[in-house]
Write a protein that binds this ligand. Structure first.
Ligand code: PLP
Length: 380
């Protein structure tokens, strides 16, 4: 039986919501975006403001810009992430400084981050890897101690919480979610920047749409609004469409249900793969919530079958898998920018055995069994 790596969960309600927008005569940023932003802020709590954008990459760029980062500034970022985390800071001319990760959670290692501080360090960009919520208290106190801005990459982390607070509602400068097709909720393409800082929210809104001053923004969001507007900066074109927002509103209502179903799949894997020669991902600490966007395992070097062979075996059985990620410091562009003597032993060791297993809300029990059985045959 073939098992895809991912299958999106789009229901009739999402289809109807999209159709209603198509019939409404208003396709781009408008009332649905405003509604999605309000719903999203309420969902996270903590008095955040939400700014809808057309991708998380755009949201990270807006966050970097609104934080005032630029040439000469360094941003501490984990090496084990998607390139967008680091790339967005290059857009404003800042320099990502790659940091190793912790062996269990695979999130940014603050001990290595401390080693990589320089007088030019201006920000830190933690990634809630796979949906495991980072230790935000530790990250915030590290950032305060060293006078760093915090831009969270929460592309994997809806919904996740830790120490009683949703990821996205912590006191950081910005936190960015992704609604790319395979993320925990989707609008096809899309993202949300959230912040508790009204100045950052304001700047992100202005720069999201060509640098329109706020007063004239409703020219874009209201039929018959005044034709007159002013431009206050050279902004970008990062606004979300109402078509996407209408889908997002419905997906957000299902976010906790998706998380419960993802967690049930993860619990099956954790139970049925225990004892094999591979590391399994950790649960969220305490009473925290893991979004379980990814289920990354690490095949031990002394296992009967190596990582590449396991991916082969899965593929032969028709099971999709992936690798998250080849660390950035191994990629040509980022390797050339590394400072001398940079070492990432934990990320390298993880990558050598890394395989990400299929995990999605509508995964059937028989599909989970199939994945488990192929892995047992290969590693057991
Ligand atoms: C998907 C992803 C992004 C980018 O999201 P887009 O919405 O596709 O721009 C950024 N960071 C991480 C860790 C991701 O997985």
């Amino acid at each position: 039986m073939a098992v895809p790596f991912f299958r999106p969960s789009i229901g009739e309600s999402e289809i109807e919501a999209a159709m209603a927008v198509l019939r409404s005569g208003w396709l781009t940023t408008g009332p649905k975006c405003q509604e999605f932003e309000r719903d999203f802020a309420t969902f996270l709590g903590g008095g955040v403001e939400a700014v809808a954008v057309n991708s998380a990459t755009a949201g990270l760029h807006l966050a970097a810009e609104a934080c005032g980062l630029g040439p000469g500034d360094e941003v501490l970022a984990p090496t084990l992430t998607f390139t967008a985390t680091a790339e967005a800071f290059r857009y404003v001319g800042a320099e990502p400084v790659l940091v190793d990760v912790e062996p269990s959670s695979l999130t940014i290692d603050l001990v290595d981050a401390e080693r990589k501080l320089t007088p030019r360090s201006k920000a830190i960009a933690p990634v809630h890897f796979g949906g495991w919520p980072c230790d935000m208290e530790a990250i915030i106190s590290f950032a305060r101690r060293h006078d760093l801005k915090i831009v969270e990459d929460a592309a994997h982390a809806l919904p996740a919480h830790r120490d009683g607070r949703m990821i996205g509602s912590w006191d950081t400068d910005a936190c960015v979610f992704s609604f790319y097709a395979n993320k925990t909720i989707t609008t096809g393409e899309g993202g949300m920047l959230v912040t508790r800082n009204p100045e950052i929210a304001h700047r992100a809104r202005v720069m999201r749409t060509h640098g329109f001053n706020r007063d004239s923004f409703d020219r874009f969001t209201r039929v018959g609004a005044n034709w007159s507007y002013d431009i206050v900066a050279a902004g970008f074109k990062y606004n979300m469409t109402d078509l996407a927002a209408a889908i997002g509103i419905v997906q957000l209502q299902r976010a906790h249900e998706f998380q419960r179903r993802r967690q049930a799949v993860a619990e099956s894997y954790l139970r049925d793969l225990a004892g094999l020669p591979c590391d399994l991902p950790p649960r969220a600490p305490g009473d925290g919530l893991h979004s379980w966007h990814l289920f990354p395992i690490r095949v031990h070097p002394d296992a009967r079958c190596g990582r590449d062979d396991l991916i082969e075996a899965l593929a032969r059985a028709g099971v999709g898998s992936s690798v998250h990620y080849r660390p950035l410091h191994q990629m040509s562009y980022w390797r050339e920018r590394l400072s001398p003597n940079s070492a990432f032993p934990v990320a390298d060791r993880y990558f050598d055995g890394a395989v990400t297993l299929p995990l999605f809300p509508d995964m059937r029990a028989t599909e989970i069994e199939e994945v488990v059985s192929v892995i047992h045959k290969a590693l057991g």
